[in-house]
Design a protein around this ligand. Sequence first.
Ligand code: SAH
Length: 278
Amino acid sequence: MGNTTHQYGKVILAGAGPGDPELITIKTVRYLQQADVVLTDRLVSNDILEKYVHKDAEIIYVGKQCRTGPSTPQATINELLVMHAAEGKLVVRLKGGDVSIFSNILDELQTLTENKIPYEIIPGVTAALGSSAYAGIPLTARGYSTAVRLLTFYKSDVVSEEYWQELAATNDTLVFYMSAETLNGVVENLVKNNIAADKLLAVVEQATTPLQNVYISSLYDYGRTAIQPSFLSPSLIIIGKVVGLHEQFKWLENSNTHEHYFTTINSNASIHQNIIAE
Ligand code: SAH
C-alpha cells in the first residue's frame, strides 16, 4: 500500500521499542509497511527502518540528542506532521521505546487535534522494561519491591530536596531515564539521604542491542571511586534491592564493546535529511 494517497491523512504515533528490532509490535510493523512517510527519532534501530518501511516511503530523521548535537525543533516536527497528513498521506511518527514515556507526545497530540488530523497511538516496550528483561533484573520481584517509579534527573531542579529524602527511603525500584550524565548527582543525593546499603545501582548501556553492557555497583562504592565511568548513550539507571538479582539471573553477557548502536547525529548532518529506504 506504500505511497498510495488516502483521502484523509492520518498520523500513527508508534513506539519502536528500546533497540532490539524484534521488540516492536506487529501493529506498528503493519503500519510501517503501509506508510507513505515515516518521521523517526534517533533511538530507533536502523534495522527497523530497513526491514519494515516500504521501499517507496519517505523516511525523515527528526532526532533529538540530549545536550549534544543538533536536534530538530519540536515546531518543525509538528509542521512536518501536519504538512504530510494534509496531503492525505499515512504518516507514522516512530519514537524510541514507548510513545508516552519521556517523549514530546503531548505537543504532537495537541497539534494533531488543533488541526483535526485523525491519529492512533500504539504503545512500545519502554527502556525500563527492555533493560529489566535483558539485564535479568525483575523490577517488582516478590519480596524485594512492590512498585517501580519512572524518573528523570536530567537537570538539577526536576527533583526537589524532599523528594530525594522520599526516594532514598522507599523500597520502590527507581528507574532514571536521561540521567547517565548526571549519575554522580543521583548517587550523591541518595547517599546524603542515607539510602540502605543493600540497594544497588545498575547502569544498562544500549539495552537490548548486541552492544549492551550492564554495570553494577553499590551506591556507597560508586561515590568512592576516583574515576567515574562514562556511559554511552542511551543508558538507563536502575536502583533498588532488585538489582542484586542480576548476578543470579543475567542471561546475556556484556558485549564489552564501546561502539554506538544508534546513529549519532553528527553536526554536519542536515536537521531533517530525507533518505529513501532500499
Ligand atoms: N520513550 C523512550 C524514552 C525516551 S527518553 C522509552 O520509552 O524508552 C531517552 C532515554 O531513554 C535515554 O536517555 C535512556 O535513559 C533511555 N533509553 C532509551 N533507550 C534505551 C536503551 N536501549 N538502553 C538504555 N536506555 C535507553
